[in-house]
Write a protein that binds this ligand. Structure first.
Ligand code: CP
Length: 311
């Protein structure tokens, strides 16, 4: 990893696809340096004082929206939230018109979550503000992947050489897509397993190994990551019933016995307890799910700081 002559040059954070291993390592180091701020009694630094940050969320979110807002406020930025249900999108205004009108108020950063894959990239063509992708359709969720990598690095001391098992609905998961790109880019080996109808065909091109069984994916894994089964897609013929899904793809303590003894369990949230992940595993000693959430604030502080440095 280069340590001299490196300069973070990304104006926007649109996806892990756009980040080099040096970029990822630098973001993780920057996040690590910001993490301590959240442990102080007075959790505030002046780094982004006078900056204006708009959270523009067209899909529901608890963790991502709140942690971007907490990150911005801990760095003294002014933050504003716009959600689909309270915006003029309900009156038929297009995303581009909404973004142009928000841009006319001169924000420095727009953080966008949208159901349309590619929406954040589209926005960059119409506005001057830095754009951070907070999840776009089934495409990417870069800040989630970065906080996942930070969490694994904290618990394992490295990313290179680790076996990462990702279990579940890979097809619809922007988290899986970003994590396959991110972990393989950092030298980890990613193994995926899920219903055959929910495994995209291009996974090998992304560097992941598609497994024929849950045991193959989890055996000797250092990290077992389960994904949310998207209940809103239950009418989708691609999915078995929730009960059948839990039996075939749910991560139980018995499944975790196949993994390495020091393996950790991750989930991006929100969890469907008893479906993709059993409660005793989610709350058990191997679970680092709440560490992921804590690291989400640090990673998002780093992203806000770094894109401001390049605006
Ligand atoms: N992991 C994640 O994106 O969670 P939210 O939908 O609550 O933001």
């Amino acid at each position: 990893m280069k340590t001299t002559g490196y300069h973070f040059q990304q104006k926007h954070i649109l996806g892990i696809h756009h980040l080099s291993p040096d970029d990822i390592a630098f973001i993780l180091r920057t996040a690590d340096s910001f993490k301590e701020i959240s442990t102080r009694t007075i959790k505030k630094v002046p780094t982004l004082r006078g900056r204006t940050i708009v959270n523009l969320f067209f899909e529901p979110s608890t963790r991502t929206r709140l942690s971007f807002e907490i990150a911005a406020k801990r760095m003294s930025a002014d933050t504003f939230n716009v959600t689909a249900s309270t915006s003029s999108a309900t009156k038929g205004e297009t995303l581009i018109d909404t973004a142009r009108n928000i841009a006319a108020m001169k924000p420095d950063i727009i953080i966008l979550r949208h159901s349309f894959s590619g929406a954040p990239e589209l926005l960059t063509r119409y506005i001057d503000a830095a754009v951070i992708n907070a999840g776009d359709g089934t495409h990417e969720h870069p800040s989630q992947s970065l906080l996942d990598m930070m969490t694994v690095q904290e618990h394992k001391g490295r990313l290179a050489g680790l076996k990462i098992a990702i279990i579940g609905d890979i097809l619809h998961s922007r988290v899986a897509h970003s994590n396959i790109l991110g972990f393989t880019r950092m030298g980890a080996r990613v193994f995926v397993y899920g219903p055959a109808t929910l495994i995209p065909r291009d996974l090998a091109e992304l560097g992941a190994t598609v497994c024929a069984s849950l045991a193959e994916a989890v055996t000797e894994a250092d990290v077992v990551m389960t994904l949310r089964i998207q209940k809103e897609r239950q009418s989708d013929p691609l999915l078995p019933s929730l009960r059948e899904y839990a039996q075939k793809y749910g991560v139980t303590r018995k499944v975790m016995d196949w993994a390495r003894p020091d393996a950790i369990v991750m989930h991006p949230g929100p969890i469907n307890r008893g479906v993709e992940l059993m409660a005793d595993v989610a709350d058990g000693p191997r679970s680092v799910i709440l560490d992921q959430v804590t690291n989400g604030v640090a990673v998002r502080m780093a992203l806000l700081y770094l894109v401001m440095g390049n605006s």
